[in-house]
Design a protein around this ligand. Structure first.
Ligand code: SAM
Length: 238
């Protein structure tokens, strides 16, 4: 095993913690306590929503695998899928550790510790969260939310990362939709692919956004795991 790319057959159902979201998106807690509702899109088994809600933030998570859609996975099926994908990621990391900066996590165990903690926290919150509308089925490039429902939309480890299989048109349509449901910013991280290289069609996507009247900028973030992944895309409300 080795190489210069994280080879993944499917979009992984793995998640990050609240702490990682704060670092990746360069956020301060006051943005939640003083701001409005936040959408995590797509959220997978991230514990961001569960943890943010306990801190008084009104957070919502959406994902294609949440209950209500075509897949309609049970809690147990989500757990199985999450644990299988974590095992795959753990294995794949072995051969490509040179693609990463380990400062934030320390080592592979530290990294997997965050992944496992996120999954457990997500699973513990999911059933109650579905009943209360915190976990919502959604299939990009469409979102089942009204215009300007959220003060901030966060999108991590989906668009751009899987740019080898999602078209520039899909990226632009998904970003336009995130922008539609936000009254503030949309932040997207990372903007590199599974080969750790910058997304090759960013100019096309930015042009399509501009044609749709959406202002976008690339902004630095102090977080970096994939080497060079220290920038995020930020869309601003028109
Ligand atoms: C790698 S996970 C990222 C989860 C989370 N944002 C994080 O960083 O912790 C990517 C997620 O995208 C979801 N997904 C894939 N295609 C989707 C689509 N068309 N619409 C909504 N979610 C999708 C997958 O189910 C998966 O949970």
């Amino acid at each position: 095993m080795g190489g210069n790319k994280m080879e993944l057959k499917n979009v992984a159902f793995i998640g990050r913690t609240y702490e990682e979201y704060m670092a990746m998106f360069d956020l301060e807690e006051k943005i939640f306590t003083r701001g409005g509702p936040v959408l995590d899109c797509p959220a997978g088994p991230s514990s961001f929503t569960a943890e943010a809600c306990t801190r008084g933030c009104q957070a919502t998570a959406c994902d294609i695998l949440y209950t209500g859609g075509l897949y309609d996975l049970t809690l147990r099926e989500l757990e199985t899928r999450g644990r299988q994908d974590l095992a795959v990621i753990g294995q794949k990391l072995e051969g490509i550790s040179h693609l990463f900066r380990w400062g934030y996590y320390g080592d592979k165990e530290g990294h997997m510790g965050h992944r496992n903690a996120a999954l457990s926290r997500f699973l513990a919150d999911y059933r109650d969260g579905v009943k209360k509308g915190r976990y919502v089925h959604a299939e990009l490039p469409r979102l089942p939310f009204a215009d300007r429902s959220f003060a901030l939309v966060l999108s991590s480890h989906f668009l751009f990362l899987y740019g080898d299989r999602l078209s520039p048109g899909f990226h632009a349509e998904s970003l336009k939709e995130m922008s539609r449901v936000s009254s503030g910013e949309v932040r997207v991280y990372p903007i590199q692919g599974l080969d750790a290289k910058p997304y090759p069609h960013m100019d096309v996507v930015l042009k399509l956004l501009e044609l749709g009247g959406i202002r976008a900028e690339i902004r630095p973030t102090p977080f970096e795991f994939f080497r060079g992944a220290n920038r995020m895309l930020v869309l601003k409300a028109g």
